[in-house]
Write a protein that binds this ligand. Structure first.
Ligand code: GDP
Length: 442
């Protein structure tokens, strides 16, 4: 996960100062020195670091931290607020006020432009009830047009393409007409990228901009880029006046410096973050939550929203009813496991919970394997057996073991696990699903 070592180092230096009964100018300077080093090592642009430290120091001295009751806490709060400031203070959503809204996606090749175009289109269709059109204007990267077409098919979103022999300017111009004839209210243009910024690329993008008059120009940047991110962002911004950035691959092992520098350098907001290859791995960017995460304060709000997004309320209520009636079966347990799995890798979820980052590593592969094993066993049972596992005698177990290629011991282990969750469900069955309070006296 991005920011891991920065996060660790910052937490380490803040922990030291948190524990101090009194603060001296000396130990505050030492903490600031450590923070400075941590930021530099995380690849944060040195100018940004310099200002960050100067601001933190000025605020700390301004608040008379040295004489305050809990000086360490005050300093931690100042560092936190400074980090939020650096990341952009408020969440910045897409400007969807125009009809149609035109969004131009720009960035270097491999930054995640095409994937992110698909992710945003999906988000707009599902959450904002829009009817987006994806436009394939990257005619240089051989597979880009096909990639966008495949994405469109997967997502059931229209794609406008003219292959790779027509000039990008002509493609977008025709796409605008097509969009208006076919009632598309958002037009997302996937433009070409190069491995390095060059004049012809910038000229082409400028021409496209003049033709489509975009409401948003989103620069897609790969969080793994390191220091160079700043030059890339600056250059695109100088030529095109971008309106926002999307930071991709934050699920990767980036040191995070780019994310912390880009807003400060370009003064445009980070609007989205990409957190995986899957098409729903995109989130709005919340500066305060990101600061919380970096400083180890967890990200409970994101987690709660994720759960709300993913949980199928109807299914959950059905399960709940069965729990209350005492007819909770193996298929219900499997359904619950699937719902949890939809949240994404368990290790990622745990990272969002305060205090969790220091937990031993969760092996997502193991978790996946266990789920697959459970699936294979349950799918080899008859409906009757799934609903009422108490009828599983030795003969039936042997038949199931043969069917799924597992051992009878595996089946017994699963049944034990089922009994335990049934017990838990029974207790929860006495709770009101909306309030979480007991509905009847025990
Ligand atoms: P483009 O050349 O800018 O259009 O880049 P692509 O959209 O083809 O993406 C390049 C690679 O990065 C692909 O393998 C994507 O699956 C991957 N990718 C894009 N966004 C993310 C992300 O947020 N996380 C991860 N892990 N991979 C991503």
């Amino acid at each position: 996960m991005a920011f891991e070592s920065l996060s660790e180092r910052l937490q380490e230096s803040l922990k030291k100062i948190r524990g101090q009964a009194t603060l001296t100018e000396e130990n505050m300077d030492e903490m600031l020195r450590e923070i400075r080093l941590a930021l530099l090592e995380a690849d944060v642009n040195f100018q940004v670091v310099k200002e960050f430290i100067a601001n933190t120091k000025e605020k700390a001295l301004g608040q008379d931290v040295l004489g305050s009751l809990k000086p360490g806490q005050v300093v931690v709060k100042i560092v936190h607020d400074e980090l939020v400031e650096l990341l952009g203070t408020t969440v910045s959503e897409l400007d969807l006020s125009s009809k149609p809204t035109v969004i131009m996606m720009v960035g270097l090749q491999g930054s995640g432009k095409t994937t992110t175009s698909g992710k945003i289109a999906k988000l707009l269709a599902q959450k904002y009830s829009k009817n987006p059109l994806l436009v394939a204007a990257d005619i240089y990267r051989p597979a880009a047009v096909d990639q966008l077409k495949t994405l469109g098919e997967q997502l059931d979103i229209s794609v406008f393409e003219k292959g790779t022999d027509v000039k990008a300017e002509q493609i977008v111009s025709e796409a605008m007409t097509y969009a208006s004839q076919n009632h598309h209210d958002v037009i997302l243009i996937d433009t070409a990228g190069r491995l390095h910024i060059d004049e012809p690329l910038m000229n082409e993008l400028q021409n496209i901009k003049d033709i489509v008059h975009p409401n948003e120009i989103l620069l897609v940047v790969d969080a793994l880029t390191g220091q160079d991110i700043v030059n890339v962002a600056q250059s695109f911004h100088d030529h095109l006046q971008i309106t926002g950035a999307v930071l991709t691959k934050l699920d990767g092992d980036s040191r995070g410096g780019g994310a912390l520098s880009i807003r400060h350098i370009t003064h445009v907001p980070i609007k989205f973050i990409g957190t995986g290859e899957k098409l729903d791995a995109i989130d709005l960017f919340y500066p305060d939550r990101m600061a919380d995460r970096i400083l180890g304060m967890g990200d409970v709000v994101s987690l709660v929203e994720k759960v709300q997004d993913v949980y199928d309320e109807k299914e959950t209520m059905k399960t709940f009813e069965r729990m209350k009636r005492g007819t909770f079966g193996l298929d219900d347990m499997l359904e619950q496991m699937h719902q949890v799995r939809k949240l994404g890798p368990l290790s990622g979820i745990l990272k969002m919970i305060p205090g969790m980052p220091k937990m031993p590593q969760i092996n997502d592969e193991d978790t996946d394997k266990k789920l697959k094993m459970t699936e294979s066993i349950i799918y080899s049972m008859t409906l009757e057996e799934r609903r009422d596992p108490s009828i599983l005698n030795a003969k039936r177990k042997e038949r199931i073991a043969k069917g799924c290629g597992r051992s009878v011991a595996d089946i017994n282990r699963l049944l034990k696990q089922f009994e335990a969750s049934k017990q838990m469900m029974k207790q929860m069955g006495n709770l009101d699903p909306t309030t979480g309070l007991p509905t009847q006296k025990p």
